[in-house]
Design a protein around this ligand. Structure first.
Ligand code: ARG
Length: 588
């Protein structure tokens, strides 16, 4: 496993050296190198440097050019405009660098120099409730970030902070106590669907029935409230029934995760309930340190800059006046656990942007209490999924759309696309590919827009073969595999001595940027930049494929070098897609 310096890094180094040779008093100056349309790279650093040292920029640029005589790496360099350097790298350097990447399982992508521990809170559905598009976003974005960070060597701890606690459980459990057969499988009419669907159907029924009673029967309401106290106190029978409800929900969640092709481990599901025993300590510490104060009986934390529409401060309520704990207390306990016990350097929360104020207040409270170093926690806030009418996605009846229904529909659409293209696929193969294409499409649509933005859930667009979709990437990948199969399947060797056509250079230079792209994405937590890199890669490959015959190239060496480019492209696509949770089937 060897990390391979990118062409950009090598050129950067050479120009920096030339700069300090031409102007020793400049010290270590940054050449400000970037990719450019005019040449391969442009360095703009001479201008600022000349200005600072009061010398003529074009003269300085000429000096740098003189000391950067063309060699193996740099094929040409020119001064343009007021003192920009336009730099072209040699074809040989492009092919050799790619050959070094190809020789490495990780395509030359380095591990982080100083990996730390990141605890990431994502995919946190609520027990006894359906999963919806918000949970889709958290799951898909969180999973991609986990893969990207782990690929860099970061120690990642996953936490699924599921909603498995709170007053509604009093209602559900009390109903079960009074109707002991409610969750029995035998009484279940839903057949045919998966086990998870059946579990969800039972939970829905329980939820509706208990809610109806809760809203209409004051005495039941009282019994339900007392049941919450029993639950929090750890009463045996109450806990057993609670477990039953949670386990039933987990069957359903797992079914959705399987369909979504995301691995969620039970050991990482640490829901709100897990912090129950810490809540008293949280309250005690906050009150004793004065971070929180009693206000109308509730324990509150105030912030100068958080006010309601009436101008009155809006506090974070850690404990309600009736003694009950809410969402904030649990999150504070979780911060303590993650920093104190799990030793996290970084805390990430992949949660809907509409919870931004909650996290702002939780982080600030934890910081004041000394539980959280400044800047260590960050909400990766995502936007809302919209319907075609531009409003938050709802069914025609105004209800939240069930995630499973959407996924099934995506798979159905994908099946039509696969069937149309399929030549010799069996029904089973079509179903398999349809799942990979349909789920890939949903994930890609989510990951390819910047996460803070809202996006419209439009299946027609998502499964389209042309355009910025995962299907386009999957087809590019499958097409390469088919060429490689035709060529005989052994790994092709590079021929750095061969000149490259423009489309080959463009493809090669982009392939070389994979490593730097991943590094940036891991630092800024922006998977959409990886998506756009991959889309560009597939587009550049398409141009290459249109302009450069592969199997019919002019010489055996040229054939092999193009096969080599195909192979590196396929491996880069596959690696990148896998980090986004998208399958790259061998055939489509
Ligand atoms: N269960 C919550 C919901 O469905 C999300 C939980 C987010 N994580 C957290 N640590 N508060 O909206």
């Amino acid at each position: 496993m060897a990390s391979v310096p990118s062409l950009a890094a090598s050129v950067h180094q050479r120009v920096a050296d030339a700069l300090s040779a031409a102007l020793p008093e400049a010290g270590a100056a940054d050449p400000l190198l970037r990719r450019s349309d005019r040449a391969d790279f442009q360095a703009n650093g001479v201008l600022g440097l000349a200005k600072k040292l009061k010398s003529n920029p074009r003269e300085l640029a000429a000096k740098v050019v003189a000391s950067l005589s063309a060699g193996e790496l740099i094929a040409g360099i020119e001064v343009s405009g007021p003192g920009f350097l336009n730099i072209t790298v040699s074809d040989e350097a492009i092919t050799s660098t790619l050959a070094a990447r190809a020789a490495d399982d990780r395509l030359g992508v380095p591990y982080a120099a100083t990996p730390g521990t990141t605890v990431i809170d994502y995919s946190q559905p609520n027990v006894a409730k359906e999963m919806h598009v918000g949970h889709l976003r958290s799951t898909v974005i969180g999973d991609a970030i986990v893969q990207i960070l782990e690929h860099r060597g970061e120690n990642v701890v996953r936490r699924h902070h599921i909603g498995d606690w709170g007053t509604q459980f009093g209602m559900l459990i009390q109903y079960l106590v009074e109707h002991p057969h409610e969750l029995d499988h035998e009484s279940d009419a839903a057949g045919g669907d998966g086990e998870g669907e059946a579990a969800m159907a039972r939970l829905n029924r329980l939820y509706k029935a208990s809610r109806a009673l809760f809203d209409s029967d004051e005495e039941f309401k009282d019994r339900a409230r007392r049941r919450v106290v029993d639950l929090q106190a750890g009463d045996r029978e109450t806990r057993d029934l609670w477990h039953k409800i949670v386990d039933e929900s987990k069957i359903y969640f797992q079914d959705v995760y399987d369909k979504l092709d995301v691995e969620i481990l039970d050991a990482d599901v640490v829901g709100e309930s897990a912090y129950n025993d810490d809540l008293q300590t949280v309250v005690k510490d906050l009150e004793e340190s004065g971070v929180a104060v009693r206000s109308e009986g509730a324990l509150c934390v105030f912030f100068d800059d958080v006010k309601g529409p009436d101008g009155n401060p809006v506090p974070l309520i850690v404990q309600k006046s009736d003694g009950g704990f809410g969402y904030a207390a649990t999150d504070l306990a979780a911060v303590r656990d993650r920093v104190g016990t799990l030793k996290a350097d970084t805390l990430l929360y992949v949660v809907d942007a509409r919870q931004a104020l909650h996290f702002k207040m939780v982080f600030e409270t934890a910081r004041r209490a000394g539980w959280l170093p400044e800047g260590a926690a960050r909400q990766l806030a995502f936007g809302t999924v919209l319907g075609k009418d531009g409003k938050p996605f709802k069914t025609r009846e105004g209800e939240t759309v069930r995630l499973v229904d959407l996924l099934d529909e995506a798979i159905g659409r994908a099946a039509a696309v696969v069937r149309e293209k399929a030549q010799d696929l069996t029904e089973q193969e079509i179903a398999e590919r349809a799942a990979q294409v349909g789920i890939g499409a949903v994930k890609y649509a989510d990951l390819s827009t910047s996460m803070t933005r809202d996006y419209v859930f439009d299946l027609d667009r998502m499964v389209s073969l042309n355009g910025d979709t995962s299907v386009y990437l999957q087809y590019a990948h499958a097409r390469i595999q088919s060429i490689l199969r035709k060529a005989g399947g052994t790994r092709p060797a590079a021929h750095p001595e061969l000149p490259l056509a423009p489309a080959e250079r463009a493809l090669g230079l982009h392939l070389d940027e994979f490593s730097a792209t991943l590094e940036g994405v891991a630092e800024t937590y922006e998977p959409h930049k990886l998506a756009s890199y991959l889309f560009q890669l597939a587009s550049l490959y398409t141009t290459f494929y249109d302009q450069c015959p592969v199997l019919k190239a002019e010489s055996p060496a040229a054939v092999e070098n193009r096969l080599f480019l195909c192979d590196v492209t396929a491996r880069t696509l596959r690696q990148g897609m896998s980090l986004l949770g998208i399958r790259a089937p061998e055939r489509l």
